[in-house]
Design a protein around this ligand. Structure first.
Ligand SMILES: [Zn+2]
Length: 244
C-alpha cells in the first residue's frame, strides 16, 4: 500500500469540550478505550503512541486522511462507540482525525464537513450514525468549517457491503449518492472506517458533479487489509477537467 504519513497539525488536542462533560468525568472517571486504564479522558499516552495518522491518494489532488489504522487501540474505541453506544468517545476520535489533517484545514477558506449518509437499516439498528457524530465534532474542532446537513443523499438502497469483494463494492455504490448543488465548495467528507474506498469514491464523484471545487475525506480508521489494487483504478474527475 502506497501511503504517505502526514502529521498535519501534529497535535492531539481535546479542545473545547463542554463543561458538563468535564463534570461527568469527575463523577465517572473515564478510562482509555484502548487499554481500559489511564483515567485520562480519551486515549492514554501509550495507546496514543500506537496511533499514526495516514494519508492516501484517491485521485489527483484528492486525498483521504486517516486518524490511524483499524487495529488496536482504534479498533477497540470504534467497537465501544458503535456496538456499546459509548458515544462520548466521538470527541477523542474526532481529535485524532483533526490531527491527521494538514494545516490548510486551519488556514484556508471555509470548509463543508459532510458525513457519508447512513443506510436506513444501520441507523435503525444503532439509533445514531457515527459519521454524523464525527462530522459535527470535527466542525467544533476546525474553526473554518461548517456542518453540511441534507447536502449528500443516498439515492438508492445499498446491499450490505460486508461480504462483498472490492470490485462488488464499487458496483454496489456506483451512482448511489446525489449531492445538492455546491458550486465552488471545498468539501471534507467524513466516514468512520475506510475499507476499500468505494463509498468515498462514489460520494466524491457526486460532489464534483454538483460543482464542488475540492473534495477530500477524513476517516477514523483505514482497514489494514486495504490493497493498492482495491483503490480506484481510474482517476477521479478533477474540477478543472469537468468544469473548465
Ligand atoms: Zn490506553
Amino acid at each position: 500500500m502506497e501511503a504517505r504519513r502526514e502529521y498535519g497539525r501534529g497535535e492531539y488536542r481535546l479542545k473545547g469540550r463542554p463543561w458538563w462533560e468535564k463534570v461527568f468525568d469527575l463523577l465517572y472517571p473515564a478510562s482509555c478505550p484502548g487499554c481500559n486504564w489511564g483515567g485520562e479522558y480519551g486515549f492514554c499516552a501509550s495507546c496514543l503512541a500506537e496511533i499514526e495518522p495516514w494519508a492516501l491518494e484517491l485521485g489527483p489532488d484528492c486525498k483521504v486522511y486517516g486518524a490511524g489504522i483499524y487495529r488496536h487501540p482504534l479498533r477497540q474505541a470504534l467497537h465501544l462507540v458503535k456496538n456499546k453506544g459509548q458515544t462520548y468517545l466521538v470527541y477523542a476520535l474526532a481529535a485524532l482525525m483533526a490531527r491527521a489533517l494538514p494545516k490548510k484545514y486551519w488556514t484556508e477558506e471555509p470548509i463543508f464537513c459532510l458525513p457519508i449518509p447512513p443506510t436506513p437499516s444501520r441507523r435503525r439498528r444503532r439509533g445514531f450514525h457515527l459519521p454524523e457524530l464525527l462530522a459535527k465534532e470535527l466542525v467544533r474542532q476546525l474553526p473554518r468549517s461548517s456542518y453540511g446537513s441534507q447536502i449528500l443523499k443516498l439515492e438508492h438502497p445499498l446491499a450490505e457491503q460486508k461480504n462483498l469483494s472490492a470490485h462488488e463494492r464499487f458496483l454496489n455504490v456506483q451512482g448511489a449518492y446525489r449531492s445538492a448543488p455546491v458550486p465552488g465548495a471545498w468539501v471534507l467528507l467524513v466516514d468512520d472506517v475506510m475499507t476499500t474506498g468505494a463509498t468515498l469514491q462514489a460520494a466524491i464523484e457526486s460532489l464534483y458533479e454538483a460543482g464542488a471545487r475540492r473534495v477530500e475525506a477524513v476517516v477514523a480508521a483505514i482497514s489494514p487489509y486495504l490493497q493498492e489494487s482495491d483503490l480506484p483504478n481510474y482517476p477521479l474527475p478533477t474540477p478543472s477537467l469537468r468544469f473548465s
